[in-house]
Design a protein around this ligand. Structure first.
Ligand code: GLU
Length: 305
């Protein structure tokens, strides 16, 4: 079916305006506290090459946990199914930075999209690659076709200074032997990944690789069609902290959110869509972003269900 996506995006924006002041942007990372919370952007890229955007689709923001999808893709490319030895693929039902579950489950994180799981994937990349930090950027740059996407060191260092809970998680992982490398090195790589800044347009472009289900190779990292399918399955079940069920129910697409206010979602074989607005709900997901995607799949009736 052909949709007038441009009009749909514009209508959606009008409809979500009543939510513009709801929620609060992430300020537990001091450098992110400075971000103006009253911003919104959206970009939809189709697999046939059309691009639709509205408002601040070209403003870069901190992608935070969305980076965990790129890291998982690299990890799967390098290790295949062996990646799942030290990290599960079940929804956590707990907050993204929960320590309790990790302790109960003897240092094996529930999935690669909670902080503990992403720290395990960061450790794996450090073990496998001589220059994991450089390789991560190379991969993301090739996916989105932008050479100047990079780490924001102010954000990464600010998170390192105040990242007591993530440090506790890394220590617990090390205690259980789940990670190999020096804790400080693993944490710094993890924080740097989260600090990457991209716009909605760049994110939507990058996620086309996970949308059209063609086997791909970017910067030497290959994913088969089957692995792309599985990556999307993990996004569907684990991409939204302990609100993955709600996102599935309201939106019905695989996706991933970040505390910078970004959300990326994939409509397999059709389009990828990135939306950004910094004000978050109590679960850490963008209020306007969630609402916008809910309306998108309601108006188009395009979802995986
Ligand atoms: N860097 C953030 C943290 O570790 C990522 C959180 C997120 O976006 O979910 O707290």
């Amino acid at each position: 079916m052909d949709y007038n996506y441009q009009k749909i995006l514009e209508d959606i924006y009008k409809e979500i305006l009543p939510y513009a002041e709801k929620g609060k942007h992430a300020d537990y990372i001091p450098a992110l506290a400075k971000v103006n919370p009253d911003q919104f952007g959206i970009c939809l890229e189709t697999v046939t090459g059309e691009s639709y955007e509205y408002m601040q689709a070209d403003t870069r923001f901190s992608i935070q946990s969305i980076a965990k999808v790129f890291a998982l893709a690299m990890g799967l490319s390098l290790k295949g199914e062996a990646l799942w030895k030290n990290v599960g693929k079940e929804p956590s039902g707990t907050a993204f930075n929960s320590l309790v579950q990790l302790e109960m489950e003897k240092g094996i994180p529930r999935n690669p999209f909670i902080n503990a799981g992403a720290i395990v994937v960061a450790d794996l990349l450090l073990t496998e690659l001589d220059d994991a930090e450089g390789e991560f950027l190379r991969f993301v740059r090739e996916l989105c076709g932008c050479d100047d996407v990079g780490y924001n060191m102010e954000v990464a260092l600010s998170e390192r200074e105040t990242g007591y809970l993530n440090a506790a998680i890394a220590n617990m992982l090390k205690y259980h032997g789940t990670i190999e490398n020096d804790i400080e090195r693993v944490l710094m790589f993890y924080f740097k990944m989260c600090s990457v800044e991209m716009s909605c347009r760049e994110l939507a472009k990058a996620f086309l690789a996970f949308t059209n289900y063609a086997p791909f190779e970017y910067a030497g990292y290959k994913l088969s069609r089957s692995r792309i399918k599985r990556l999307n399955a993990v996004m569907q079940t684990c991409g939204f902290y302990d609100e993955a069920g709600e996102f599935s129910y309201l939106v019905g697409l695989p996706g991933k959110s970040g505390v910078g206010g970004g959300i990326i979602a994939v409509c397999p074989h059709r389009y990828s869509v990135a939306v950004w607005s910094p004000r978050l709900n109590s679960k850490g997901n963008s209020v306007m972003g969630m609402k916008a995607l809910e309306l998108l799949t309601t108006y188009t009736e395009e979802s995986i269900f």
